[in-house]
Design a protein around this ligand. Structure first.
Ligand SMILES: Cc1cc2nc3c(=O)[nH]c(=O)nc-3n(C[C@H](O)[C@H](O)[C@H](O)COP(=O)(O)OP(=O)(O)OC[C@H]3O[C@@H](n4cnc5c(N)ncnc54)[C@H](O)[C@@H]3O)c2cc1C
Length: 457
């Protein structure tokens, strides 16, 4: 591929060096453009970056790629140089003290819940004809055409009170920390509707197993997701582009920088429109190094149980097999900011002791084995907080960003809950839009289509 590092035409400014901004910068450089890439943090990577712990670049929470990613040029290119592993995911749903393979099958779920509770939940769903019909229209209805009835009512109308109380409410409360009635009904689509309990109920209704087969097999970079970031940085360096770290751009900066071409903005939308009601919730990551070669076979445990502070726990070497040290294994514990707020320390003192107890109680860590080291990292902008009525705020914020001369793309600028392959596809669209000489206003009008992306986790 021929590169023209000297570039042609006006310089393109890209803001935010997560996967979206890095890939957009690379596409522009490969198109022969001069590119500047600004990043607020000390290092590129964003949510696909790494925390160096015990000498290992640990993902910021476990990552895997949906096989659909391999249909995209970026992932095909990386795969050709350093092949990904393709295999069934080894996920576990923790229900009380029981472990159910994730995605679960109907029999395994019933065994874990006990027949009575399982039957009550299944019957609560199948017994009502109206509820079944609403369930079938779920994906269609959750998009806000008119009134946003809120997460709680939307989900209860589809799966009944028992399933709502067992799975959906605790999970929503854990992640967002506000009453689920204040959350938008679109949240039900953006996270919960892709989880397997729904597939389970559908399976029950049809009288057969209901595993979400689309989520059973995944693709894994052996050295973790941050190896994708390292790949993009290396290709950019070959093209003479380096992210300028420690450089944040706000609304005034964008307005000053937008000239002949719009600013490709993959940073946080709130930096451009600070008064928009579009906040994110963060995630505490607690890395624990245990003096054991391995703790278990699962790569990730999913833990909706409100007794546990964590929503997910993953064992690094089980999803990134190149990342291990002899005689040690690393757990990454994900504690959503939820109702905790910011500024907590879970990696020392009593909170750490309580956390270790919870890991034992959940059957994830063995009793009597103490970690050699614990480290916390807080990641601020992880979950978009979709309050009821957010779509109006989103539209207004998008228009204001465009008026500044910004073309918002990427997870944070579009206020999306999405996967890496969505980010790469949107980055390619954004670059094509700018290169075709089209305006930011035209982009934000068309960007609403991205709100339909289906996150797969
Ligand atoms: C715990 C966790 C698990 C996940 N698991 C998966 C998975 O298994 N599979 C999958 O496909 N996806 C997964 N994802 C999602 C995936 O990581 C993200 O969608 C993707 O990395 C987002 O990339 P981005 O570049 O759009 O945004 P980000 O990674 O958020 O990057 C934005 C960058 O912009 C910078 N920035 C922000 N504002 C400014 C500013 N004003 N000026 C300059 N710089 C700025 C930030 O510092 C950041 O580096 C997961 C995410 C998390 C948090």
């Amino acid at each position: 591929m021929s590169l023209r590092p000297d570039g042609a035409g006006p310089e393109r400014l890209v803001v935010g060096a997560g996967i979206s901004g890095l890939y957009a910068a690379l596409l522009l450089a490969r198109a022969g453009r001069r590119v500047r890439l600004l990043e607020r943090a000390a290092r590129p990577g964003g949510l696909a970056g790494a925390e160096l712990f015990r000498g290992l670049p640990c993902d910021l929470g476990s990552h895997r790629l949906h096989p659909a990613a391999l249909e995209q040029p970026l992932f095909r290119e990386v795969h050709a140089r350093a092949p990904f592993l393709s295999r069934p995911r080894r996920g576990v749903l923790v229900l009380g003290e029981r472990h159910v393979p994730y995605p679960p099958s109907v029999p395994s779920m019933l065994r874990a819940l006990g027949l009575r509770a399982g039957a009550a939940m299944g019957l609560g769903f199948v017994a009502q004809r109206g509820r079944r019909a609403a369930f079938a229209r779920w994906e269609h209805d959750r998009a806000i055409a008119g009134d946003d009835v809120g997460f709680e009512r939307f989900v209860r109308e589809r799966v009944g009170a028992a399933a709502y109380a067992s799975f959906y409410r605790p999970y929503a409360e854990k992640v967002w920390g506000i009453p689920p009635s204040e959350l938008s009904q679109t949240v039900a689509k953006k996270r919960i509707s892709t989880t397997s309990p729904l597939a389970l109920f559908r399976g029950l209704a049809r009288g057969r197993g209901g595993a979400a087969t689309d989520l059973a097999r995944f693709v894994y970079p052996p050295a973790g997701i941050s190896s994708l970031i390292a790949y993009l940085e290396a290709r950019l360096a070959e093209a003479g582009v380096r992210a300028e770290c420690g450089a944040a751009l706000d609304a005034a900066g964008v307005a000053a920088a937008a000239g002949a071409a719009p600013v490709l903005f993959a940073g946080d939308l709130a930096d451009l429109v600070p008064d928009a009601r579009l906040e994110h919730r963060g995630l505490y990551l607690v890395y624990l190094a245990y003096p054991r070669a391995r703790l278990g076979a699962p790569e990730t445990y999913y833990c909706p149980d409100p007794r546990f502070w964590f929503g997910r726990v993953s064992e690094l070497q089980n999803y990134a097999p190149d990342l291990r040290r002899p005689g040690e294994t690393v757990l990454c514990v994900e504690i959503p900011e939820g109702a905790w707020g910011r500024g907590r320390d879970f990696a020392s003192g009593r909170p750490l002791a309580a956390l270790l107890d919870q890991l034992v109680c959940a059957g994830i860590a063995p009793r009597g084995v103490t970690p050699i080291e614990a480290r916390q990292r807080f990641v601020p902008s992880v979950y978009p907080l979709y309050r009821r009525g957010w779509l109006q705020d989103w539209r207004a914020a998008m228009r204001r960003a465009a008026a500044l001369g910004a073309l918002p793309f990427g997870r944070q600028a579009l206020f999306l809950h999405c996967n890496l392959d969505h980010c790469a596809a949107i980055a390619a669209d954004a670059v094509a839009h700018v290169e075709a000489g089209r305006s930011p206003e035209a982009w934000v009008l068309s960007a609403e289509r991205y709100l339909d992306v289906q996150v797969r986790d």
